[in-house]
Structures are given as C-alpha cells and as structure tokens.
Ligand binder design. Structure first.
Ligand code: FAD
Ligand code: NAP
Length: 859
C-alpha cells in the first residue's frame, strides 16, 4: 500500500479517478516529471470496469478498438480474446497496465476527493478527501468518469424492501447466485439488456420492469473480426490514426447513401448487413442522414422493430418491447446477446410500466397500478447521473468563491469540454462538450489526456503557471456544441445525453456530436493559434489571444468541405453560359423540395417582352397575401428553378402566395434591365393580385442576393411612382452597394462560395463602372425616405454582410421599420439551401415570420 497523502503534501497535479482516463493521465504526467497523486474511491484501478461487475457486462465497442494505443509495446503484450471482451477481462487489462507502468505507487484507493478550492494567492488548488486528507496542487484533473455516478433511486418505497437489493453499477465482487429466486430487474438500458439474459438462466422467475423500450441489436460476439485484425497487423499505426481521425473513434467507411432517396432494396441490404455486423457504428450508419432526418431514421427504426417482432413470440410482449417514442440512436442503442429471445422463456415476464406504473416498492416486492409482485431480489439497472454527476459531486470552487455547481446550474459550460472559465488549472477528461460518450471512449480519453499533458508541457516551456478559458471562447464553444446537437434528432429524446433521466437536471445536450476527428482538429487548431481563447499567466506576465474557435454552423462547414472536394472551377473563370450550366447541374442533385398547395407557371408582360413567373400557393384556403420574389445569381445566373426550394419553403412557412419572377439577365441585358423588370413585375402582380388568388393591397417584395438588390430598387421606384403600395421588403443577403471595401469583403471574400473575384465578375457583367453608383444599381445610395417596412437578412460569412447591415441602418435612419435577421454561422448561400443545410431552417422560420408580419391584417 502506498503512503496516504498528508496535510502538508504538495503535488504538481492531483487526478481524480483511476480508470482508463486516470491511469493514462498519470502515465503522461509522470513522463513530464511532475509529482502526481491519484485518488479513487474504489479499492483498485479500473473505474467503470471495477464497479460494473453485473453478469453479462462487456464492452460494446470492439475490443480491438476499445484499448490504449499510446504504446506499441503494450499493444504487443496484450491480446483480447473476443470481439467484445467481458468486464473481468477488461479489468484485468487495466490492472495489467497499472502494473506494467508501476502506476499504483501514486494512487490512493478507497479515498474520495470531497472538495477542491482554488487559492488565488498561491495559485494552487487545495484538495480535501473523505479521509480528512488535505493537500495542495497546481493542477486539478478530474478523470472521474462520464458514467461513474449512479443515479439516485427515484422510486417510492425502495428502502422498504426486505429482500436482496443489487445495483448493476455497484455489483458485489463475489458475484450473486440467483438460482431458485424470484428476481425483478428495473431498467432496460445497456446494463439491464446485458444482464437480463444471464439472470434469466439462474432465476426461477424473472420479471423485467420496463419504462422505455430500447433499440438493441445482436452483438454477434465471438472472435475478433478477422478483417480488423488483419488491418491492424498490416499497419497498426495507420489503423490507430484512422481511428483518431474518424467520426466515432473506430475506423469505419462513412456512407453517402441517404435514407430519403435509397431504394427499398438498397435500404434493406444495408440494414441487413449492419444487423449482421453486430456493431454500433454500423447500425448507426446505415444511412448518412439517419441521425438528422426523421424519415430516414424511421426506416432503420422500423426494420429493427420488425426484427424484434420476428424474435419475440408473444405479440403483446413484442409490441411492448418495440421502441416508438424516440428516434433510433437518440437514446444510446444497445448491443445484446439473446436479449429479446429471453422473453420467449416461460419464467420471464415483461411488465410495461407505461401501462402499469410502479406505485411503490414494498417489503415483499413491487406494487404497480394493477398488480402486486413478490420478489426475493431486486436488481436496479437504472443508470447514471451522466457526464456531470461525478464532477458535481465534488465541491469544486474556483476563483472568487465561484462554485462549479452554481456556475453549471442551468447546464454545464466548458471550453472544448476540457476546462471552464473561472476555474484555473482545472481540467476534465471527457467533460461535457467533448465527444466522450458518443465515441469509442478509449480514443477520446487518449486525445484529452494527450492534449492536457501537452498543454502543461507548453506552459512549462513558456513560463506560465495558470491557464483558463476566456468567457468569450467558452460561450462560443457552448454555442457550437448546441449548434451541432440542434441539427440532429437528439434533442427530441428523453435521454441521459440530455440529462432527462435525472429528475431536476437541466435539459441540455451534454456531449459534442461534431465527431471525434472534427473535435480533434478544433483542439489542435486552438493550440496552433497560440492557445486561442485561453488566458495563460506566469511570473513573466500573461498571454491571451481571445476568440471563438468554431463560428460556422457545422452543416455549413460540411457543405463547404464537400464542395471543395468536388474541385469545381471558380465561377469567375467561366463564361456566363458555362456558369449557368454548372449551377443547373448542381440544382439537379438537390433533395426533394417542400410540398406546397399548388405550383403554376405563367407569363407576365415586361418592358421588353414577357417575363416567365412561377406561382406557389400554400395548402391553406386563400386568398393570401402575395410576395413577388426575385432569385439570386448576380444578375447573371439563376432562373425559376434555381430558387425553387427557397420559394416553396417561404410559401409554406409564411402562408403567402409567392410569385417568383425570372427577370432579364446580364450580359445579354445589362443594367438597368433587371431592375426595370423587377419594378414591372411588382406593378403587374399588384394589379392582378385577386386573379392570382391574392389579397389586393397586400403585396410585398422579396429577393435574395442580386434579387434582393432589385427588390430594394423596386420599392424605391414604387415610392417614386406613387405606387403600387408595397407592404414590405424582404431582403436576403442583398447587394445594396457597389463599394467592395467594407470589412466583410476583407473577412469573407475568399472561401465561402460568394467571393470577391466573383462579385467583380457579376458587377462587370451587370453594369458599367459609371452606372454602379446609380441608386437603381446601388440602392444604398438612393433616397430611403418613405420606404415600406423591411426585413434584412445578413449572414456572418458573407462579403455582402456589411452592405446589408448598412442598408438596414440607413432604412432605420430614414424612419422605416426594420427587422434584422442574423444568419449566425452562415454563408451567403447556405440559408437558401433548403433540405441540405438543416441549420438554415430556424433562420428561414424567422424570415417567414417577418414576411407574415408585413401583412398584419391577413386572415
Ligand atoms: P471511469 O472508468 O468511470 O473511472 C472514473 C473513476 O473515478 C471511478 O473509478 C470512480 O470511482 C472515480 N471517482 C469519481 N469521482 C471520484 C471522487 N470524487 N473521488 C475519488 N474517485 C472518484 N465506453 C466505450 O467507449 N465502449 C464501451 O464498450 C463501453 N462500455 C461501458 C460499459 C459500462 C457498463 C459502462 C458503465 C460504461 C461503458 N463505457 C464504454 C463508458 C466507460 O465509462 C468509458 O469507456 C471508460 O471506461 C471511462 O473511463 P474513465 O477513466 O474516464 O472513467
Ligand atoms: P440507462 O441507459 O440510463 O438505463 C437505465 C434504465 O433504467 C432505463 O431503461 C430507464 O428507463 C430505467 N429507469 C431509470 N429510472 C427508472 C425508474 N425510476 N423507474 C423505472 N425505470 C427506470 O443506464 P445503463 O443501462 O446503466 O447504461 C448507461 C450507459 O452506460 C449506456 O447507455 C452505455 O453508454 C453505457 N453502458 C454500456 C454497456 C455496454 O454494452 N458496453 C453496458 C452498460 C452501460 P427510461 O429510459 O425510461 O429512463
């Protein structure tokens, strides 16, 4: 036994936890030459694998991957016996690791850290334990586990039961023999689903109390998959690197097959292959869009339900076992061995708590609303206070007496899931806001530990003593974590990922779902940018480059990456016709557009011949307000098809008739042809509103980009001409000026689809330099008095952002009502990418609301 820490002891670092994380952290810190003390409340190393000894406990990430990779020698010395190793084998492995590197010498077992207080004077943490130990350290690292704090029992009467009580998360070391016993299991998450088939083998009667049925797929356990072993044997480094740069920490080929467009046979084949593979990342990756698209998700979910119904003989039980209240994958799916088959055994019964809730645990057993059950033993497989439970259980107090639980009262807030502002030198391994539980945790743990160790090394080299995130960097990361979650189906579920399993816990999506590789890149980028968003201090002063590491919406950056991969030529290097053809080809690959009530094409008279238009009518009964819409495309590109998805979306969301007008384009018809057509289209539509199914007098204009430009001009001309009356102008990322010197051009002129060279190309086609100051080309330079209410949409990563804002300012200064909509994290084009860029939907909802508000008296 090593020497217990004493009051006077000072360490460089204190680490809480001696599981996968704590052991590797200790290893790395030692190699930096730091003095370290590790505490664990367990009697031995292992963490999760020390505590969760219930029958059937295994990993559900293949063990070839759920393993340390930091030392090739270690890998040579350990061979896993199965595809999914058992708890005893994984515990043996962690013991082996502890012994191999002599780690136990620095670990104090059976000791819980009770408090950690930051001492600003000393710039050290003051630590106390439940054994009364006090010590000081420079760095306080919680490697305390995402799933280590069992959820408190929240069932009435639990203390009354006179029989044996077990928790899967605190299973007796000597094991339990259920032979001849009447056993109850409460909970059907991964733990329950693993334990139930084995408990059923012993118990004389097994009753499973299920609140929520769970998706589970067969593990098909056995020898490690041959393909994987071969790949590892051929090039271990390459394999491990592929895992580190994969979405989930396991190298799997991502698919680009979409559930919404896949044929039935393709869908079936992909599903059956995944079912046979018996791997979480296979079944979670049947379709590229199953995590974000309800329809696609529904295909996979229904196929799993079919399997359940085909396995379970009793239709009523099968029905109760079929999950229907959450999207597949939004609660952690399970891997099982004979779980559903267990319900075919005559002594096993499922009690559906949705039909008959538990009213109380009694002395003898369990009472539900309908029945009383007698039991010899009750097994609680009721889960954990995940991700924040173990951290919050310690009284962590940072600078100025700030308590972590108070700071996190509305949900955790972190920078990269690694640190939190106000708590210098306090690190978390796999903290909230990192991929952690959504990934192969062995990979995520190593990445976090390496980042922390490298950070401490850098600090020493550069003479810093403290490090802490800035509030700006932290709130930026929190926002990014929320943005990533928001485009998925996850927030819809009552899952532990959302904190929903613990009464009173704030409902926030806790992990980072952007993926292991994307996350690793963000962490690396922070370091490469001189620890962007961290404040570091030392005797020589402080250094802080403040900022936000990821401001772009995650799906927008994905689209940009995909576009970059296509290697298309810059548009400004093409002729107008070539550019039009390229745009048309891209439009042909778009997903289906939203359904509207009716779409009709027609012609309206224009100043130089008829103008084609397309009318979109909403499904509701008319008449409706009418919006004359002008597409984008730099006055050169675009047609009725190009903005069709956006028009449909706006039509349905705003419940208005949209009349999309195809005006004349440059270079065939240069300035002011487009502007003239726009005004003519407005006049014609206003005078034919009733025939179009619209409400006379309720006509607005709208346009995107160059379409926004001519929409704004049309409003000015309608005012000058004394009509028609325009109810409002919706200007989505409009061109309002020909001046390209505003900061947004410098910031966003390259890399975000609409570039500075492309804007030059557009302007050169559209208008002679002498005309570019004309208010019909640059409406910002016109008279803005007496204009209709406006909604001006600007995107963060758009060269046109500042001229849009300038137009909003100028309209307001002239007395117009202006609603500004900021497309946060978007580019010039991304908000219009209906059905592709999911994060654009809330922006379009806001735009549609603004559009609707142009017509307050509409029925
Ligand atoms: P843990 O292993 O949880 O260790 C944390 C340790 O900190 C614990 O021993 C705890 O006693 C100690 N501790 C906490 N607070 C204190 C305190 N205040 N004072 C002293 N000690 C403290 N992940 C996967 O990627 N693949 C899998 O297949 C997989 N299977 C799992 C199966 C089960 C049954 C469970 C519960 C989880 C599983 N996980 C799996 C997640 C698993 O938790 C991680 O993979 C990994 O083991 C976590 O390691 P850790 O060291 O970060 O935390
Ligand atoms: P869990 O997934 O949270 O499941 C807990 C179960 O208990 C749920 O079915 C839950 O129902 C039920 N429950 C909780 N409180 C209840 C109550 N008051 N009354 C009735 N039912 C109640 O917990 P877990 O099974 O321990 O798994 C947690 C996580 O650990 C897993 O998701 C996984 O990440 C990891 N794990 C992995 C493995 C593996 O295979 N490698 C094994 C075990 C655990 P509701 O769903 O209705 O809340």
């Amino acid at each position: 036994m090593n020497k217990p820490a004493e009051a006077t002891d000072r360490f460089d670092a204190v680490v809480v936890g001696a599981g996968f994380s704590g052991l590797y952290m200790l290893y790395r810190l030692r190699r930096l030459g730091l003095s370290v003390k590790v505490f664990d409340s367990a009697d031995d190393v292992g963490g999760t694998w020390y505590w969760n000894r219930y029958p059937g406990a295994r990993c559900d990430i293949p063990t070839t991957d759920y393993t340390y990779s930091f030392d090739p020698e270690l890998e040579k010395e350990w061979t896993w016996s199965e595809k999914y190793a058992t708890q005893p084998e994984i515990l043996d492995y962690l013991r082996f690791v502890a012994d191999r590197y002599g780690l136990r010498a620095d670990i104090e077992f059976a000791t819980s850290v009770a408090s950690a207080h930051w001492d600003e004077q000393e710039r050290r943490w003051s630590i106390t334990t439940d054994r009364g130990t006090r010590l000081r350290c420079r760095y306080y690292i919680m490697a305390s586990g995402c799933l280590s704090m069992p959820k408190s029992l929240d069932i009435k009467g639990t203390e009354r039961f006179a029989g044996e009580v077990y928790f899967t998360s605190r299973w007796p070391h000597e094991g339990v023999d259920f032979t001849g016993q009447r056993v109850a299991v409460i909970g059907t998450g991964s733990s329950g689903i693993q334990a139930i088939p084995l408990i059923a083998r012993q118990a004389s009667q097994l009753t499973v109390f299920q609140r929520t049925p769970n998706f589970s797929v067969p593990a098909h356990n056995g020898p490690a998959p041959a393909g994987r072993l071969t790949r590892l044997a051929q090039d271990r480094d390459e394999y491990r690197d592929a895992a580190r740069w994969s979405p989930g920490g396991v190298p799997v080929e991502p698919t680009d097959v979409l559930g919404v467009t896949a044929s039935e046979s393709v869908a079936r084949e992909r599903f059956e292959d995944a079912w046979k593979a018996g791997q979480l990342f296979s079944i979670l990756g049947v379709f590229a869009d199953q995590g974000v698209n309800p329809k696609s998700n529904g295909i996979v979910a229904e196929m799993i339900r079919e399997k359940i119904r085909s396995i379970v003989h009793d239709p009523r039980t099968a029905d109760a076992l079929c999950p229907t209240d959450h999207y597949f994958g939004t609660k952690r799916p399970c891997l099982d061995t004979g779980y559903f088959e267990t319900y075919n055994l005559p002594h096993v019964r499922l009690v559906d708590l949705r039909r008959q809730p538990i009213t109380s645990i009694t002395e003898d057993g369990i009472d539900t609303a309908d029945e009383s059950f007698g039991f010899d033993a009750i097994v609680y497989a009721t889960g954990f206070d995940a991700m924040t439970g173990a951290v919050a259980a310690v009284d962590v107090t940072g600078r100025d007496g700030l308590s972590l639980t108070e700071k996190w009262a509305a949900g955790p807030s972190t920078y990269l899931g690694l640190m939190t502002a106000g708590f210098p030198n306090f690190f978390m391994i796999t903290g909230p806001g990192s991929p952690s539980v959504l990934s192969n945790m062995a990979v995520s743990i190593e990445q976090h530990v390496d980042w922390v160790a490298d950070c401490l090394k850098d600090m020493r080299t550069e003479g810093f003593e403290t490090i802490e995130p800035t509030p700006l960097a932290e709130s930026g990361w929190d926002q990014h974590v929320r943005d990533c979650g928001a485009i998925t189906l996850h927030p819809t579920a009552n899952s532990w990922y959302m904190g929903a399993n613990v009464p009173g816990k704030p409902r926030v999506f806790l992990p980072y779902i952007g993926g292991v590789a994307v996350y690793r890149q963000a962490c690396d980028d922070v370091v490469a940018r001189d620890y962007l968003g961290f404040r570091r201090t030392g005797p020589g002063g402080e250094r802080c480059l403040d900022g936000v590491i990821r401001r772009m919406q995650p799906d927008v950056s994905l689209v940009l990456q995909l576009m970059a991969k296509l290697g298309l030529p810059p548009m400004e290097t093409l002729s107008a016709d070539e550019a039009r053809a390229m745009m048309g080809a891209a439009a042909a690959t778009r997903p289906p557009s939203p359904e509207v009530g009716e779409v009709t094409d027609g012609l309206m008279p224009g100043p130089a011949g008829d103008l084609p238009y397309r009318l979109y009518r909403p499904p509701s009964a008319g008449p409706h307000p009418v919006v004359v819409y002008f597409h984008g495309g730099g006055w050169v590109l675009g047609d009725l098809d190009s903005d069709d998805p956006l028009c449909r979306d706006l039509c349905v969301r705003s419940d208005t008739v949209i009349v999309s007008v195809n005006y004349r384009h440059s270079p065939e018809a240069r300035f002011p042809a487009a502007a003239d057509d726009a005004f003519a289209a407005l006049r014609w539509t206003a005078s034919h509103a009733a025939e179009l199914g619209g409400i006379p007098g309720q006509v607005a204009v709208a346009g995107w980009s160059a379409g926004g430009n001519i929409a704004a001009v049309a409003c000015q001309r309608a005012r000058d001409a004394g009509g028609p009356r325009v109810s409002g102008q919706l200007l989505i990322s409009p061109v309002t000026d020909s001046d390209m010197t505003r900061p947004s051009y410098a910031e966003n002129g390259d890399g975000y689809v609409l570039t500075t060279p492309l804007m030059h190309w557009f302007w050169d086609y559209y208008a002679d330099p002498a005309d570019r100051g004309d208010p019909r080309a640059a409406p910002l330079r016109g008279n803005l008095d007496g204009l209709p209410p406006a909604c001006v949409v600007t995107a963060d990563f758009d060269p046109l952002r500042d001229e849009g804002l300038a137009y909003a300012d100028a309209l307001e200064a002239s007395g117009a009502q202006v609603r500004r909509v900021r497309a946060r994290g978007h580019t010039h084009t991304s908000v219009t990418m209906v059905g592709v860029v999911i994060s654009g939907a809330p922006v379009r909802a806001e735009i549609a609301e603004a559009l609707r508000n142009f017509f307050p008296s509409a029925p």
